[in-house]
Design a protein around this ligand. Sequence first.
Ligand SMILES: [Zn+2]
Ligand SMILES: [Zn+2]
Length: 367
Amino acid sequence: MKVRAAVAYEDRAPLVIEELELSEPGPEGILVRMAGTGLCHTDVKVRAGGLGVAKPVVLGHEGAGVVERVGERVTKVKPGDHVVLTFDSCGACGPCRRGAPAYCDESAPLNFLDGRSGAPGSFQKDGKPIHGHFFGQSSFSTYAVARPQNTVHVRRDAPLEILGVLGCGVQTGAGAVMNALRPKAGDTIAVFGTGPVGLSAILGAVVCGCSAIIAVDVLAARLEMARQLGATHAVLANATQDAAEEVRKIVRGGVDFALGTTGQAESNEQAVHALAARGTFGFVASPAGSHLAVKMSTVMGRGLTIRGIVQGDSQPDVFIPQLIDLYLGGRFPFDRFVSRYKFEQINQAIEDQARGQVVKPVFTFAP
Ligand SMILES: [Zn+2]
Ligand SMILES: [Zn+2]
């Protein structure tokens, strides 16, 4: 079938919106008519040449839409169902069987290294293949083919066009707190970095009932937004003050939990030094080649835990509907940091986000 998709042809070049051919979903595929797709940092990184993803490619991995058609072996959803698409997983390996699909043994080939040229749900332009299946979806497209493993059935009374962000960025931040770190009511947390992932983590910390939620960032405007979303304190990270020290002034002795969302070495080290004895540092970003320089004697002597977290440890079929329920109950207002753009404005949105003018763009598709 004919679709309109945004193609990344060359590193850092603007995406090109054009007509492509999308092949049939196949027996296990789910054809989704996209309502909206979020822009995630990983899209930006891959467009710039990162993560070994071959071009030309259709990116996009925060899609939400309506099921148009399903393959004959699909029983999970039916045409007309509202769905959020998320990261792909195999469903059969050890981590998948233990309920931890974010740590799937097949994660890299399924989400980044499309080896399925010619497989169901592939894109073509004038008979030549365009890479797809990015995060099992490639949802910068009016239609995309997903699989049961990365398709989450959601309630119909939520604003479908913005729900896709729950499938990656928002579940990464909120899940890091709610599923992985799991603070008890009254515990304290510092969130380093207040982009979409950090702000989602702050919303998660509010849901968990943390008594102190300290946002740390270099941008004063983001800190203001963090406060509006429930951060109890804000620390401006700059050259003249030590952020760890500032956190420890707010919560004497340090915080129970610190979450690193920036991927920057200095910020991560400050996060570790902001911890109380027996505290936990979780992190959700690890740029290629990055290291954490922390003395083992510090980790041992203070009984610290260091925890890498992928996709918020989410079981998306459980967690995404929970986040939607919380949102509709007024307790998880992630829409406050979402900015809507038309799909045709995709390059504008990427620029606006890079300049810090918007936090989380979502592209909406005309019905
Ligand atoms: Zn697996
Ligand atoms: Zn993402």
